[in-house]
Ligand binder design. Structure first.
Ligand code: C2E
Ligand code: MG
Ligand code: MG
Ligand code: MG
Length: 279
């Protein structure tokens, strides 16, 4: 009967829910343990100048290899770390380790570090950043923090205070994944923002998709008129690269240039370029 089928459906639903809850609890346990042991790595993805092809720096990207699960994607574990209240601690670790690594890069190269919206609302963030700079000797003027549009929404006062404090210290702020979050364009000039990173979902539709092409052009123009730098992320093909270079994006990041690689590899890459330039 229909009622039986309903009951069976409900039973299955309950089992699936239980399984999901169980899986999630196990993930939480593993993540807490990794956090306690600071058992994370950082990969670095190089960024180049779209006009010259020269490196301008790299973005630090968090990596977690769980002994049981293998590599877990940031998109899977970062939201959990945020909910569990672990992200400020993990973020502090990323800042410190990335600044230490970047302190041995050639002096013209910048370091970008992602900051979760939860970290941005933590009043201790500026102190954490200053501490990482002090411990590593990495200069504030070469550090960029990447925040998202959504993080600016509805928290004007605290976010403004934090961003202003960071700016006064010489640190630059980028708006990551631009075009995908909730934001109002008025944020762009109200907050001290130095750079816009055009989200890869637009870039990856280039050059064929007319809508994405218009959006990329419009963002690049907006950035230029507000005197911000523009980065295009997620460049995978020569055609995308050509479009971006032609339409006023300053910097480029994507698998076409390099995937995220480990700290030893990136320094090798940077040193080879520097010695080639000197030769
Ligand atoms: P994001 O900051 O926008 O970083 C760029 C993401 O795009 C990275 O994914 C990178 O590997 C990927 N990517 C770069 N070039 C290409 C490309 O050409 N094609 C494709 N398909 N993908 C490309 P990843 O490392 O998985 O990180 C995902 C997101 O996780 C990041 O997006 C960032 O929002 C977050 N995340 C990563 N590390 C941290 C961290 O230390 N702290 C915080 N709060 N978030 C982080
Ligand atoms: Mg980023
Ligand atoms: Mg990015
Ligand atoms: Mg992004």
């Amino acid at each position: 009967t229909a009622k039986r089928a309903d009951e069976r459906g409900y039973r299955l639903f309950e089992l699936t829910m239980q399984e999901a809850t169980q899986r999630r609890r196990l993930l939480e346990v593993d993540l807490r343990r990794a956090c306690m042991r600071e058992d994370f790595q950082i990969a670095y993805q190089p960024v180049i100048d779209s006009a010259t092809g020269a490196f301008t720096g790299a973005e630090a990207l968090l990596r977690w290899t769980c002994p049981k699960r293998g590599n877990v994607q940031p998109s899977e574990f970062i939201p959990v770390a945020e909910e569990l209240g672990l992200i400020s601690r993990i973020g502090a670790m990323v800042l410190k380790k990335a600044c230490i690594d970047a302190a041995s890069w050639p002096g013209h190269l910048d370091l970008a570090v992602n900051i979760s919206p939860v970290q941005l609302l933590d009043p201790r963030l500026p102190q954490t950043v200053f501490q990482a700079l002090e411990d590593s000797g990495f200069p504030a003027a070469r550090l960029e923090l990447e925040i998202t549009e959504t993080a600016l929404l509805g928290n004007d006062e605290i976010v403004m205070r934090t961003l202003t404090e960071l700016r006064d210290f010489g640190i630059r702020i980028s708006l990551d994944d631009f075009g995908t979050g909730y934001s109002s364009l008025s944020y762009l000039h109200r907050f001290p923002i130095n750079r816009i990173k055009i989200d890869k979902s637009f870039v990856q539709q280039l050059p064929a998709d007319a809508g994405s092409a218009s959006i990329v052009r419009a963002i690049a123009q907006l950035g230029q008129s507000l005197q911000m730098k523009i980065t295009a992320e997620g460049i995978e093909t020569d055609e995308q690269m050509a479009f971006i270079a032609e339409h006023g994006c300053d910097d480029v990041q994507g698998f076409l240039i390099s995937r995220p690689i480990d700290a030893d590899k990136i320094i090798g890459l940077f040193q080879r370029e520097t010695s080639k330039a000197a030769a």
